[in-house]
Write a protein that binds this ligand. Structure first.
Ligand SMILES: NC(=O)c1ccc[n+]([C@@H]2O[C@H](COP(=O)([O-])OP(=O)(O)OC[C@H]3O[C@@H](n4cnc5c(N)ncnc54)[C@H](O)[C@@H]3O)[C@@H](O)[C@H]2O)c1
Length: 396
């Protein structure tokens, strides 16, 4: 007999919210997870109204405190199996901590929280309670990110010398926050977004792609956090030269002021034997450049092991990840679904009292979230010291 779908509770997502929508579609992708409850808005009355108007039936709560407290009294088949936190950054730590303490696994948006101290507490609590925790770094969910990870980490490109990991947008090229636009308003307020605007919002995605694909960590940073739009109290342009744990170098850069740029996230990894290139706006393929050979383009779903570059024995878990035949395009929602699917496997194992992985190989975990905050704090320090080389905090 098939198992019941996992029950997911939303924190945030009412009144025109953005990222809840891709998530809730991804939750329902496989039929094995469903949204059953939500605390959608800070005002309890609006939260209940929004839940009543949700496109399918869910149990509405006036606040996440109520939702978490009520969970203890629900029958087993109605209890939440995990919560999804899709609130602005300043409302990540509190619901994540409370959920873990109530025995509910957490799927939290990035950046993990507001600062390194909060991140440390979240890591410690998740370790003490041994509870699954995912941080929603969307782009590691593309099959091509996973293929890139295999190619680079297995040494097919030799030693990594140089990485350029970037996320370039243009939507904050004017003072959009002055119009009251919801997403711009909290993202440009340091009290609600954290110490870095552009860096925290999208620089952390670029960092995560670098770490996920290469397996390397940043050891030192020389950072420029700049504000191009007048009167903005937080960076809208973020450029960081990095030393890597293998002695290589990298540029992690992000911008929100490049007019016309949409979600131009990408990575170039240059090794001693070849170069890999990947872009999320064209996420169905990666390009491999080898010396004195035509470029090789590898498409999702159409990879031939033993082709003279890829070995015959490709990792079984990579080749077996559910995906549709190539040429039927996959994109953003599929990447999100892959994260929820892999998190579901860990939540089910945990519920059954079995070992679960949560090791960062299939989705970013709480330690990856900590690393994002550690990077941001080192960048803020470096920027304040005229971009002097600054070490990353010691790993937790
Ligand atoms: N992974 C990605 O690709 C990606 C993309 C966009 C945003 N994000 C992250 O997702 C989070 C949300 O971003 P967004 O653009 O969707 O924001 P948004 O402003 O569109 O939505 C935030 C929602 O949270 C609600 N909210 C605020 N405080 C609340 C509270 N105390 N209780 C309940 N609800 C509350 C708001 O009313 C709103 O519904 C941010 O942390 C952001 O960095 C991630």
């Amino acid at each position: 007999m098939s198992q019941r779908p996992l029950n997911v509770g939303l924190v945030g997502g009412g009144k025109g919210a953005f990222i809840v929508q891709p998530h809730q579609k991804a939750i329902h992708f496989d039929g094995t997870r469903r949204v059953t409850a939500a605390a959608l808005f800070p005002d309890p009355k609006v939260a209940l109204e929004e839940a009543a108007n949700w496109p399918y039936p869910i149990k509405g709560y006036g606040s996440y405190d109520e939702m978490i407290a009520a969970n203890a009294t629900l029958p087993a088949d109605q209890k939440l199996d995990y919560i999804l936190i899709v609130t602005p950054n300043f409302v990540h730590f509190d619901p994540a901590m409370k959920a873990m303490k109530a025995g509910i696994p957490v799927f939290c948006e990035k950046p993990l929280c507001m600062n390194l101290q909060e991140a440390e507490e979240l890591v410690k609590t998740s370790r003490q309670l041994n509870i699954p925790f995912c941080v929603a770094h969307t782009y590691v969910g593309h099959w091509t990110s996973r293929l890139s990870r295999y190619i680079v980490r297995s040494g097919l490109l030799g030693d990594v010398r140089w990485v350029d990991s970037y996320y370039i947008q243009g939507w904050l090229a004017t003072k959009l926050e002055a119009t009251g636009q919801m997403q711009a308003t909290w993202r440009t307020n340091p009290k609600l977004a954290g110490g870095s605007g552009c860096g925290g919002d999208i620089g952390t995605h670029a960092l995560m792609q670098l770490r996920f694909i290469t397996g390397l960590n940043v050891t030192d940073v020389a950072a420029h956090l700049e504000m191009f739009v007048e009167g903005r109290p937080i960076d809208d342009h973020f450029t960081v030269y990095c030393k890597l744990s293998n002695g290589g170098k990298a540029l992690v850069r992000a911008s929100q002021i490049c007019i016309g740029k949409k979600n131009d996230l990408g990575i170039l990894v240059a090794g001693t034997k070849g170069t890999l290139q990947w872009r999320q706006e064209d996420p169905e393929s990666i390009t491999i450049c080898l010396p004195n050979q035509p470029d090789r383009i590898y498409y999702r779903g159409a990879v031939t092991p033993g082709d003279g570059f890829l070995p015959k024995d490709m990792p079984a878990d990579l080749m077996a990840e559910p995906t549709i035949p190539s040429g039927h395009p996959e994109a953003f929602h599929d990447a999100f679904a892959r994260l929820h699917r892999c998190f579901e496997a860990d939540v089910r194992a945990w519920k059954a009292g079995k070992p679960f992985k949560c090791d960062g190989a299939k989705y970013a975990n709480v330690e990856d979230g900590w690393m994002g905050l550690a990077f941001i704090e080192a960048c803020i320090k470096s920027n304040a010291a005229k971009s002097a080389w600054t070490p990353m905090p010691k790993s937790i």
